[in-house]
Design a protein around this ligand. Structure first.
Ligand SMILES: NC(=O)c1ccc[n+]([C@@H]2O[C@H](COP(=O)([O-])OP(=O)(O)OC[C@H]3O[C@@H](n4cnc5c(N)ncnc54)[C@H](OP(=O)(O)O)[C@@H]3O)[C@@H](O)[C@H]2O)c1
Length: 225
């Protein structure tokens, strides 16, 4: 366990066969009841974090809908500052946005982002150093962070031991596709023994979706939604 970091909750929706998007990039998976559950979590955390591919593919707003509550800070993990200046998380100012970059990010692009009111955190040589980023976020008062994917960022966060809690909505849909992304991508572990073991805490039905709640490394269930 890494000290001096926010409490991290990974939440995702996936199909019964473990896909978080289809081969064409469709990621509309969960039912309305589950969306409300996720937005309740959003309203209770200090920040939401996603990888840059999620921004490039879905252009999400990452704000709170369906329930009343404050919008959390948006954190985008983007080594080379590929984020488009017209992305919703840049243009729509309902919430603060932080872009975490590495030394590879072009300085001119960082200036343009700063002009849009975006805070830049530089951590890492050629990739965002996630442990360092967690420390920086904690320093800025972020106590609870919701990780909303995608599969590659999920893997790195698991690998670095940075996830405390996991909730996964399983929708009764099968889409297949060897190129469709799964919940956890990346390089992968060689053996199950090396994998990250979770502890099942709760199982609930939300509409037609089944939601599984886990803790990681003995972390306590924090939000209990
Ligand atoms: N169903 C759901 O709940 C759900 C939720 C979220 C996303 N999605 C889907 O997931 C897909 C995107 O997933 P993805 O796996 O392709 O991408 P991702 O996890 O969103 O972003 C990965 C990218 O983040 C950057 N990055 C920087 N530092 C990193 C680090 N230390 N570890 C990992 N990544 C790092 C890398 O790009 P650079 O090297 O350029 O920085 C990397 O390619 C989209 O299709 C989206 O719709 C589904």
């Amino acid at each position: 366990m890494v000290e001096s970091k926010p409490y991290v909750i990974l939440n995702s929706a996936m199909s019964l066969d473990g896909k978080i998007s289809t081969k064409q990039g469709d990621s509309e998976i969960s039912c309305f009841e589950d969306k409300v559950r996720v937005h309740k979590i959003r309203s209770k955390v200090d920040a939401i974090m996603v990888g840059i591919n999620t921004v490039l593919k879905d252009d999400p707003k990452l704000t709170v809908k369906y329930v009343k509550g404050k919008n959390p800070i948006r954190v985008i993990v983007d080594s080379k500052a590929r984020i488009p200046l017209d992305a919703k998380v840049v243009k729509l100012k309902e919430a603060k946005t932080i872009v975490a970059v590495s030394k590879l990010a072009p300085k001119e692009k960082l200036e343009l982002l700063r002009k849009e009111g975006i805070e830049i955190i530089e951590c890492g040589e050629d990739r965002v150093d996630l442990k360092l980023l967690m420390k920086e976020l904690k320093k800025r008062g972020i106590e609870k962070l919701l990780l909303e994917g995608g599969g590659n960022l999920n893997y790195s966060m698991f690998k670095e031991g940075l996830i405390d809690e996991v909730s996964i909505a399983i929708a009764p849909i099968v889409v297949g596709g060897k190129d469709a992304l799964t919940l956890v991508e990346g390089e992968g572990f060689n053996t199950f023994k090396e994998g990250v073991r979770l502890s099942l805490k709760k199982v609930r039905r939300y509409g037609e979706d089944l939601v599984l709640f886990f803790s990681v490394n003995g972390a306590k269930q924090d939000l209990n939604i």
